[in-house]
Design a protein around this ligand. Sequence first.
Ligand SMILES: NC(=O)C1=CN([C@@H]2O[C@H](COP(=O)(O)OP(=O)(O)OC[C@H]3O[C@@H](n4cnc5c(N)ncnc54)[C@H](O)[C@@H]3O)[C@@H](O)[C@H]2O)C=CC1
Ligand SMILES: O=C(O)[C@@H]1CCC=N1
Length: 281
Amino acid sequence: MTSPANPTDSPVVAFIGGGNMARSLIGGMIARGADPARVRVAEPVAALREALKTDFDVPCFATAAEAVEGASVWLLAVKPQVMRTVCGELTPVAQTNRPVAISVAAGITSSQLSNWLGGDVAVVRAMPNTPALLGAGITGLFANERTDATQREQAATLLDAVGPTVWISDEAQMDAVTAVSGSGPAYVFLLAEAMQDAGVKQGLPSDTARQLASQTLLGAAKMLTELDETAAELRRKVTSPGGTTQAAIETFEAGGLRELVDRAITAATERGRELSAANDD
Ligand SMILES: NC(=O)C1=CN([C@@H]2O[C@H](COP(=O)(O)OP(=O)(O)OC[C@H]3O[C@@H](n4cnc5c(N)ncnc54)[C@H](O)[C@@H]3O)[C@@H](O)[C@H]2O)C=CC1
Ligand SMILES: O=C(O)[C@@H]1CCC=N1
């Protein structure tokens, strides 16, 4: 988080839900200098509250109503399936205090969130990912028409603490953002698992295979983000004609990797739409 000249200039942020995604965001914010006293967390699971207190020294509460006391920014980080109930608990205070509600929930739309919080509420949808924990996340953002410039700035500043942010002007695209970058780390972890397992099958010790696969993914990601070359160009530079890479790439292409990735991302995008539809009246 950008360090304000006076730490009390930063808004008090209430996290509703202290699970995996909240933990990644809180960890990233604290590592970048956010004041733990200005981050409040509602989490019903006592063990998760204890871990958040121990690791980040943030005040934790069993209920959402306690956590939002004095908070002008709410970060809703519960599962899509329980979002409506959680918003229902917060409706009176949302209508009185007029916070900006930032939701990281997949699929749930800004109009659903605004309605569930009593109507006419400033809502920002954010789709971060778990590399946020290491400050290496990326977040897609969408703001509804009720948000003002200060609230959009607050949302962007909060998420900028854990990696770059990208504003989306068409809310319908948030499901595609979710499918590419929200869920994306899991695809990379799946690839890492498969590379490690295949390396072990070819005779490498497990630790060695893990180190080789992990550092290769890190190095390739650094080239993708730091060099001014496309993924296709970088791939071609590894692929010597008639060499080992060509043998592997041809196997991937023959196996339909591109179509498989397309089908996977289409399925994730559609699941986002279903999560929204399942929560409509
Ligand atoms: N895990 C990920 O990589 C990402 C998750 N998201 C979104 O983040 C949200 C949370 O996902 P995860 O952190 O993975 O799930 P999670 O299950 O780890 O965390 C949700 C937490 O909410 C708590 N909770 C349930 N009812 C509550 C209530 N009434 N008040 C306060 N807290 C309550 C649960 O005890 C749980 O710890 C989801 O909506 C998901 O779509 C978005 C981007 C990436
Ligand atoms: O799997 C999910 O639904 C959430 C949203 C993006 C990553 N995890």
